[in-house]
Design a protein around this ligand. Structure first.
Ligand SMILES: Nc1ncnc2c1ncn2[C@@H]1O[C@H](COP(=O)(O)OP(=O)(O)OP(=O)(O)O)[C@@H](O)[C@H]1O
Ligand SMILES: [Mg+2]
Length: 666
């Protein structure tokens, strides 16, 4: 579908891609991985023709449509959500036009060869229309929007009333509605919550497009990719392996290479010793010479160092009063949309609080209110004595002056500190040498996140409020951030959809839903356990929140062995209950799959007949019309069956992901 041949690409003296050759074939599902700033987004830009290589050739199959989701959305279209999702790629309209006239034209055509060609074209168009869901586009777009986390009815609202994460989702919905031949997705899970990630996984698994997906999300890649392209240190190497096999293979290759390098090193040392010893002995001179030659000829085996990773350390803040931040009776609306009303919230010294709750509950908004990043419509915000707040925005651009360079951004933040100190800090965030003179606008997604973190650290706050801190960051950077936050003695409030991150950092969970604020004074696993108990209690008609004593909450931090055992039992019971709930859903899904199979077979049969000139020669008019009618009918039935199948899949995913997961919201 696309191939790169000997492609070079660099910026400002730095080579990103060196002699890269790569072939993307039809139906490939490629996961693109590599550290921040390695050139993954740049590679995607070259694939779709938005950037030119400095050297080398790019060839694309003509006529193939390409859809692209960028890593960051820079402008919000002036349209409703649904209009955005339906914005046509142009391909579908052309197909429908052609389809309208073609059957008549085939009947009129007298030349059998031409008739055969036209019939083949008809079959092709049917297949394409099918892929695009052409006969039921709006319903399809709505289903996709729902899968991506838009509440029912939200599709009629203007996109501008949504947060950046939702603008991305609408854009993604447009691509999925259109289904181009080649889908290039740059970190599509960044702005999704867990449920939508699972939905997207399911959707992409069934999607006929060729896929190239950049991601740092291990589970997501494992479910999708059948080959991996690793971009690192100038190369882009392709492995025709799924994620897990790739991880193993790569580790194996590395171990082998290391072993070979060690063995070579040993031989070199021996030769050196030999040369040393016999240099003065004339009788050995010849041998010495040949050994020396062999030594010089041998190519050294280089084991690439794993890329450097960021070093993050939050200085311990001075003592502040407690609580550090408080909201009382706080209300906030975005336009017509009321997010919070009369909300009370307290953040205490030493808290590591994660905010969770369904989509649209207003988690990001609450962080902004706490951080003073947005004024309250009503109520009060109290800041403790000696408290300084660092707010890390979900959209890093909000924190950066994108027109200025990395260094200028940093210096503007601390006018009282010298350039040396500032550069040292930037260095630990991997901005070294000329990197600091890059304008912030050209930084990769992960580099922007790193710079935003560095800016916060230039004025170390006593309270950190972080909105989706892990997105865009590569795995080593996330690990460094976790370690730094675990050691941080100030207060932390955050929103995240990265379960690994939440589990590692959070020591208190606050759930916001339907205007209520529920406290869980324990870590993520404690929260899951309590939620499971609450839903059981709800099923039995009692309230677990009432049943739980405050002492239980207080003890949660240091759970006893008994508690742990009980939890394990609970978890096992929960698994059994889940399996019970899932069985009928799974059965229905499999019934629907059979039905879809049967319909698809019938449809293919009809299309083969309709595409066969012999049919037109032999059939009487009525027969043809009947087949055309049945074809349309089968399409409708198929659509309905698929809709039901998707719905059932959605319910299965919902049941599997538990009561509620943290996520991004308006
Ligand atoms: N127009 C430009 N001028 C100068 N440097 C650039 C330009 N565009 C990109 N770069 C640099 O090229 C490097 C690679 O950027 P790219 O966006 O391709 O990285 P990436 O692998 O996608 O990283 P991430 O995982 O952080 O998204 C970065 O160091 C970036 O700053
Ligand atoms: Mg990128």
């Amino acid at each position: 579908m696309i191939s790169l041949d000997g492609v070079h690409k660099g910026f400002a003296g730095r080579t990103l891609l060196r002699d890269v050759s790569l072939r993307i074939g039809e139906g490939d599902r490629v996961g693109v991985v590599g550290p921040n700033g390695a050139g993954k987004s740049t590679l995607l830009a070259i694939l779709r023709g938005a950037a030119e290589p400095d050297q080398g050739a790019v060839s694309r199959v003509r006529g193939a449509s390409v859809g692209h989701l960028s890593q960051e959305i820079l402008s919000t279209p002036d349209a409703t959500v649904l209009e955005t999702a339906l914005r046509p790629g142009g391909r579908l309209a052309r197909i429908l036009d052609e389809l309208r006239d073609l059957p008549d034209a085939i009947e009129r055509e007298s030349d059998p060869a031409r008739q055969a060609a036209m019939a083949a074209r008809l079959a092709e168009l049917h297949a394409q229309q099918d892929e695009l869901g052409g006969h039921d586009r709006e319903a399809r777009a709505k289903r996709i929007l729902a899968g991506l986390g838009f509440a029912p009815g939200a599709e009629a609202r203007p996109l501008r009333s949504f947060s950046g994460g939702y603008v991305m989702r609408a854009e993604l919905a447009r691509l999925l509605t259109d289904l181009p031949d080649l889908l290039l997705l740059d970190e599509p899970t960044n702005h999704l919550d867990l449920e939508s990630v699972l939905w997207l996984q399911g959707f992409l698994a069934r999607c006929p497009s060729t896929l190239v997906v950049i991601s740092h999300d291990r589970a997501f890649l494992a479910s999708l990719a059948t080959s991996i392209v690793e971009v690192d240190g100038g190369s882009a190497r392709r492995w025709n392996l799924g994620w897990e096999a790739w991880v193993e293979q790569r580790a194996l290759e590395r171990r082998q290479l290391e072993a070979r390098a060690r063995e070579q090193e040993k031989r070199l040392r021996e030769t050196e010793r030999f040369v040393e010893r016999f240099r003065s002995k004339a009788t050995k001179a010849r041998q010495v010479q040949s050994r020396l030659k062999a030594l010089e000829k041998e190519e050294r085996i280089e084991v690439a160092r794993e890329s450097a990773s960021v070093r993050i350390r939050f200085p311990q803040p001075p003592r502040t009063s407690d609580p550090v931040l408080e909201l009382e009776g706080a209300s906030k609306s975005w336009g017509e949309h009321r997010v919070h009303e009369g909300l009370d919230f307290v953040l205490r010294r030493g808290d590591k609080t994660v905010l969770v709750g369904p989509n649209g509950a207003g988690k990001s908004t609450l962080l902004k209110m706490l951080g003073g990043a947005t004024p309250l419509d009503a109520g009060e915000r109290r800041v403790g004595h000696g408290v300084t707040v660092g707010y890390y925005a979900q959209h890093r651009e909000e924190m950066l002056d994108v027109g200025a360079t990395v260094l200028q951004n940093a210096l503007a933040r601390v006018r009282d500190q010298g350039e040396t100190t500032v550069r040292a800090l930037l260095g630990s965030f991997l901005f070294t040498g000329d990197d600091v003179h890059k304008p912030a606008s050209v930084l990769s997604g992960g580099e922007k996140s790193r710079l935003a973190l560095a800016l916060i650290l230039l004025r170390p706050p006593s309270v950190l409020l972080m909105d989706e801190p892990t997105i865009h960051l590569d795995v080593p950077s996330v690990d460094a951030l976790i370690a730094a936050l675990v050691d941080f003695e100030g207060a932390l409030g955050f929103v995240s959809h990265d379960v690994h991150f939440i589990r590692s950092v959070a020591r208190r969970v606050v759930r916001i839903a339907g205007g209520r604020v529920d406290e869980y004074a324990g870590d993520w696993d404690y929260y899951l356990w309590r939620r499971a108990r609450e839903s059981e209690a709800a099923a039995e008609g009692t309230s677990a929140r009432e049943a739980a004593t405050p002492a239980e909450d207080a003890l949660a931090g240091e759970r006893s062995a008994r508690g742990l055992r009980a939890e394990r039992r609970q978890a096992a019971e929960a698994r059994v209950a889940l399996a019970r709930r899932l069985r009928p859903l799974r059965e229905e899904a499999s019934r629907l799959e059979d039905l879809v199979d049967a319909l698809e077979r019938e449809k293919a049969g009809l299309e083969a007949e309709l595409a066969d000139p012999a049919t037109y020669a032999a059939a009487t008019g009525g027969d043809l019309a009947a087949r055309n009618r049945r074809h349309a009918e089968v399409e409708r039935e198929l659509e309905a069956a698929l809709a039901r199948w998707e719905d059932v899949q959605g319910r299965i995913a919902e049941a599997e992901s538990g009561p509620e997961e943290p996520g991004d919201d308006a």
